[in-house]
Design a protein. Structure first.
Length: 117
């Protein structure tokens, strides 16, 4: 069981980036998926989530209007399109599956997003 985030990199402030989360080893389409991030010296925080059929999406207030989460169940992949990036968005981004009504699991390695000013 694995969720692997990829697509991070270095981008200038105001730029955009799309990170991906690829699943393997479980029935991906049965689960809602969330993106989280952890900046240096800070706790991990919720960024966005998407329901198992993609009909419902949720965003943290600090990314609303700048970020779009989507999924392709056939490809077992969830995407996070980030626009108008700010230096404060610099963090390691992780994805996870919502394994219970309140718990995320199947955490994989994250992908580093660095936004330069």
């Amino acid at each position: 069981v694995q969720l692997q985030a990829s697509g991070g990199g270095l981008v200038q402030a105001g730029g955009c980036l799309r990170v991906s989360c690829a699943a393997s080893g479980f029935t991906f389409g049965d689960y809602a998926v969330g993106w989280f991030r952890q900046a240096p010296g800070k706790e991990r925080e919720f960024v966005a989530s998407i329901s198992w059929i993609g009909g419902n999406t949720y965003y943290a207030d600090f990314v609303k209007g700048r970020v779009t989460i989507s999924r392709d169940n056939a490809k077992k992949t969830v995407y996070l399109q980030m626009n108008s990036l700010k230096p404060d968005d610099t963090a390691v981004y992780y994805c996870a599956a919502k394994v219970t009504s309140t718990t995320y699991g199947y955490w994989g390695q994250g992908t580093l997003v660095t936004v330069s000013s």
